[in-house]
Ligand binder design. Structure first.
Ligand SMILES: *[C@@H]1O[C@H](CO)[C@@H](O)[C@H](O)[C@H]1NC(C)=O
Ligand SMILES: *[C@@H]1O[C@H](CO)[C@@H](O)[C@H](O)[C@H]1NC(C)=O
Ligand SMILES: *[C@@H]1O[C@H](CO)[C@@H](O)[C@H](O)[C@H]1NC(C)=O
Ligand SMILES: *[C@@H]1O[C@H](CO)[C@@H](O)[C@H](O)[C@H]1NC(C)=O
Ligand SMILES: *[C@@H]1O[C@H](CO)[C@@H](O)[C@H](O)[C@H]1NC(C)=O
Ligand SMILES: *[C@@H]1O[C@H](CO)[C@@H](O)[C@H](O)[C@H]1NC(C)=O
Length: 935
């Protein structure tokens, strides 16, 4: 029996020893004619068995030929009466090698051989211990065909060869083994047709042929094995239909035929398999209507009809039987998913995804209080997610993506505390993300992408400490990101691309290295790490009413969401106050000319004269004479006209207004000339005297009849004053927004203001001065109604162009601020003035404020006008108070010019000289007629 000893190479050493030591025994063994009967023979057979195996973990180390009995060896058990080995159980013992046929044959008292989960290889032995009842060689690497001789192993009760590499066909006759109760051949490479021949007398309870390459029809007589409780034929290539004999399997509790190529309509008799608890018909080619007959399976717990081609409506019983798990995913079912009042409510898993269901999700869905997994994705379901979702307290997965849901994400979602995955992408959800999302503390995945969500990302999301995947891309979310998001330690995906978000990213290692594609296309997000900016900035930056400290304030977490309605209203009133404050801006007189003159007369004698004498004495002192004394410098002719102890001058009575950079007072020069004096409130930020002087002189050189001229300045380290010419006619903001209908500006007046401001800007830009703070309240009107642009270039007095300081100092956040201000890496050029000018044009022609805060909405003027233009109803947005003759054609050209000026991308805006050229072209065709009106 030399072949007996042909051992695997890994066992070669041991085999050599065995050959030497046991040769006599082996000869004896091989030549013995009758079966071994002695206890010693068991020892011998096991030692031979061992010699054929590699045993790297030494499980068989104590198996020695010196023993008289094997009963105490690990894995071995004996029949207590006869002392013979009756069971060998070595599961997952890391044994490799082959099973020697003759050693097995010798173990003639063996009733159970279990070597699952080892690494046995080679073919199955073609003979088994003669009395074996249970053979479990599952989870090895056995190959070759199942020997036909298996069919003569009459004592076999259970056979488990699953998870090997067995090939070929299932031998004929195997089903007739009289005692066979359980056969598991799953997970091999068996092929061909499954033989029939299931006898009526079959004892078979469980048959598992799943995960092979079997084909052809399911044997027609499989249902003859009337005791079958479990039949798994799944994941083969069976064709045809379900054989009718199955209907006789009244004990069958599991039928699995998923993953085949079965076809045809489902027979109603499935319902006759009354014991059925689990039915898997998934992944076949079944067609037609799902028969109501299945409802006869009263014990059904799990039904999987997914991935077929079923049509018709969802069968009523799917929600009515006490099922726990049901799937009809990936069919062509249609109609409204009706949940009746008597729904059993026992479902834990329901998958209706990938069908053609329509209608709304009914509130009765809340009946399913045991639901853990609900997938309704990829249907045509509409309406709102019902608030009754809050009753589904065990829900872990909710996927309603790819439908037509609209309305809000109900705040009740916060009650679904078990939720781990919330997938609502690709719908039409509107409104904000409710702050209550923060109570879904188990959340791992949140996908709200491709909706129409608005508002801010609630800061409560910072409480979702388990969250790993957040996809909010393709919405209309705005505002800044809550800094609380930095707390999310498990985050691996945070996709907020294609929104209207702005400001800084939270500071955490995740956000510091966030990929561009997660944040691209927003209003302007800045990474605080490397100051890079993203997005094409589709929207102007508007003041955030929920944020107390300006739109760009970096460390003030934008105080959350829409629910805080009270708070928001409050902030709006604060805001109105700010707007009110801004009305009276730097360099602006808010009282009428007459009033002013009257007052000016009365103060003329008092203040400036009181100051003037002091000045002459102080002016001779050197600048080093201390912080409290300073020098007033007037440009040009007026330089010695006037002197001041700055502090004394700035009497509260003469205050004209306050702005971001300072307070403005009215005063009169000794020669009677009125001036506006701005006391800078940014003193601590102001540059050194030399630099200050240099910058102010530069601004003082800019003279133009559309520009409020800077006449002089006063400097001490603690007090800086700027002296401007006084323009008495009020500011444009007042004229546009605070005037009665009768006194409102005419078309020609408005046009001339636009033109004048444009020319002023051209002039400023030519002198290298960027205004930085253009807005209607900084456009003053002189007594002739000519516009005079004030408050320009003050930013240059600050030590550096810090946009964050800037944005809080100037009120430009109220809709005039160019989007590039949020981006530290985008150079700010004079094109930011062009943006502000564009907004100004729209404001002048519509009579509307750049940003209007309604109770629960914000209207951005340029959006409004752009939308009106697209819808061809530009006329609707023109100021109804507009008087004087004008043509709509002309108006629409100017409005379009305004829109071009408010392009998001600086390079797409024209420069001011081009703007002036265009305006002149608009004016010329009107020729003398407009001149006439002017006069
Ligand atoms: C399984 O056995 C084969 C040969 O029979 C051997 O090459 C392989 O290393 C073994 N694998 C393990 C995990 O023991
Ligand atoms: C066969 O063995 C595999 C792996 O050991 C096991 O998972 C399976 O349940 C067994 N089959 C039967 C019918 O006991
Ligand atoms: C829901 O079903 C779809 C399609 O069947 C599937 O792709 C998706 O992964 C499922 N969702 C979840 C969360 O399991
Ligand atoms: C965001 O948009 C909502 C309305 O869609 C508005 O109420 C809110 O003020 C906006 N917030 C910011 C910062 O623009
Ligand atoms: C982020 O979302 C957008 C839009 O949904 C998508 O195109 C992009 O691939 C996503 N980025 C990543 C890295 O998944
Ligand atoms: C800034 O960080 C982002 C994200 O890590 C990276 O893609 C980009 O290249 C960085 N920019 C610079 C200028 O380092």
């Amino acid at each position: 029996m030399i072949p007996l000893l042909s051992l695997s190479s890994s066992a070669a050493a041991m085999a050599a020893a065995a050959r030497l030591l046991f040769l006599p025994f082996l000869v004896l063994l091989a030549t013995a004619a009758e079966p071994a009967t002695s206890v010693n023979d068991d020892v011998l057979a096991l030692v031979v068995l061992k010699s054929g195996l590699s045993d790297p973990t030494g499980r068989l180390a104590s198996w020695s030929e010196d023993a008289d009995r094997a009963c105490a060896w690990p894995g071995v058990s004996c029949d207590p009466r006869r002392g013979r080995v009756d069971a060998l159980d070595l599961s997952e013992a890391s044994l490799s090698g082959r099973l020697p046929r003759s050693a097995l044959l010798r173990l003639d008292a063996l009733r159970s051989l279990a070597l699952p989960g080892n690494n046995l290889s080679g073919p199955l032995p073609d003979a088994l211990p003669p009395n074996v009842r249970a053979l479990d060689l599952s989870g090895n690497a056995l190959s070759g065909a199942i020997p036909a001789s298996l069919a003569s192993c009459g004592s076999l009760v259970s056979l488990n060869l699953s998870g090997n590499r067995l090939t070929g066909a299932i031998p004929d006759g195997i089903w007739s083994l009289p005692s066979l109760r359980s056969v598991d051949l799953s997970g091999n490479l068996l092929s061909g047709n499954v033989p029939g021949g299931f006898p009526r007398s079959s004892a078979l309870r469980a048959l598992d042929l799943s995960r092979n390459l079997l084909e052809g029809d399911i044997p027609a007589d499989v249902g003859e094995a009337g005791l079958l409780k479990s039949l798994d034929l799944g994941h083969n290539s069976f064709t045809g239909g379900l054989p009718e004999s199955l209907s006789g399997l009244s004990a069958l509790s599991f039928l699995g035929v998923g993953g085949n190529a079965l076809s045809g309509e489902l027979p109603a008799w499935i319902g006759e398999m009354a014991a059925l608890e689990r039915l898997d018909l998934s992944g076949n080619r079944f067609v037609g209507v799902i028969p109501d007959g299945i409802s006869g399976c009263k014990n059904l717990v799990e039904v999987d009809l997914s991935r077929n081609a079923f049509t018709g409506e969802l069968p009523w019983w799917l929600l009515g039987l006490p099922l726990q798990r049901a799937s009809v995913a990936g069919n062509a079912l249609s109609g409204w998913v009706k949940v009746s009042d008597d729904a059993a409510g026992t479902l834990q898993t329901l998958d209706l995804s990938g069908n053609e269901f329509t209608g709304a999700i009914l509130p009765e869905i809340g009946t399913f209080a045991k639901m853990q997994y609900l997938n309704l994705s990829s249907n045509s379901i509409s309406g709102q997610l019902p608030a009754s979702i809050e009753q589904m307290v065990l829900l872990e997965v909710l996927d309603v993506s790819g439908n037509q849901l609209d309305g809000n994400l109900p705040p009740e979602i916060g009650s679904v505390v078990a939720l781990q995955k919330l997938v609502m992408g690709r719908n039409s959800l509107t409104g904000g993300i409710p702050a209550q999302i923060g109570t879904c503390s188990s959340l791992i995945t949140l996908d709200l992408s491709h909706n129409k969500l608005t508002g801010e990302i609630p800061m409560t999301m910072g409480k979702l400490t388990s969250i790993q995947v957040v996809d909010l891309s393709e919405n209309m979310l705005n505002g800044t990101l809550p800094m609380e998001l930095a707390n999310l330690a498990s985050l691996s995906v945070f996709n907020i691309s294609h929104n209207l978000l702005s400001g800084s990213l939270p500071i955490s290692s995740f956000f510091d290295s966030i990929p561009d594609s997660f944040i691209s296309d927003n209003a302007g997000l800045c990474s605080s790490k490397n100051n890079s900016c993203y997005g094409v900035m589709p929207k102007p930056i508007v003041f955030n009413p929920n944020s107390s400290s300006g739109p760009l304030s970096e460390d003030a977490p934008s105080s959350s969401s829409n629910q805080h309605h009270k708070k928001m209203l409050l902030s709006i009133s604060t805001l109105i106050a700010i707007v009110g404050g801004a009305v009276i801006v730097i360099g602006v007189v808010t009282i009428t000319l007459l009033n002013l003159r009257a007052r000016a007369k009365s103060s003329r004698s008092a203040l400036p004269t009181a100051l003037s004498d002091d000045y002459h004495s102080q002016s001779t002192q050197s600048p080093e004479n201390g912080a409290n004394s300073g020098k007033l410098v007037m440009f040009g002719r007026g330089s010695s006209d006037f002197s001041a102890d700055g502090h004394a001058l700035l009497n509260r009575d003469c205050e004209l207004g306050r702005g971001g950079f300072g307070t403005v007072y009215r005063a009169v020069l000794r020669d009677g000339q009125p001036v506006a004096i701005k006391k800078l409130t940014v003193s601590s930020l102001v540059k050194s005297e030399d630099e200050f002087r240099q910058q102010v002189k530069l601004l003082g050189k800019v003279r133009h009849h559309n520009i409020v001229s800077l006449r002089g300045f006063y400097w001490t380290s603690s007090l800086q004053l700027l002296i401007y010419e006084f323009v008495p006619g009020g500011n444009l903001h007042q004229h546009l927004h605070e005037c009665s209908e009768e006194s409102s500006l005419s078309w020609v007046e408005r046009f001339d203001i636009i033109m004048g401001v444009a020319r002023a800007l051209v002039h400023l830009h030519r002198h290298g001065v960027i205004h930085f703070n253009l807005k209607s309240s900084n456009v003053l009107l002189d007594t002739n109604g000519e516009p005079r642009v004030g408050d320009y270039g003050l930013v240059n007095l600050l030590p550096m162009l810090d946009r964050y300081v800037l944005s809080s100092k100037i009120q430009s956040a109220l809709g005039y601020m160019a989007p590039e201000f949020t981006c530290r890496t985008v150079k700010i050029t004079e094109k930011c003035d062009v943006y502000g000018f564009g907004v100004l044009i729209l404001e002048i022609l519509t009579g509307r404020r750049p940003v209007q805060y309604l109770e629960d909405d914000v209207i951005v003027l340029s959006d409004l006008v752009r939308a009106a233009l697209e819808e061809g109803r530009l006329e609707d947005c023109l100021d109804p108070r507009l008087s004087g003759e004008f043509s709509m054609e002309e108006a629409s050209v100017i409005i379009k010019l305004g829109l071009v000026c408010t392009s998001q991308v600086p390079s797409q805006r024209p420069d001011m000289a081009e703007v002036v050229a265009m305006l002149e072209m608009v004016r010329i065709p009107q020729g003398s007629s407009s001149e006439d009106e002017l006069v």
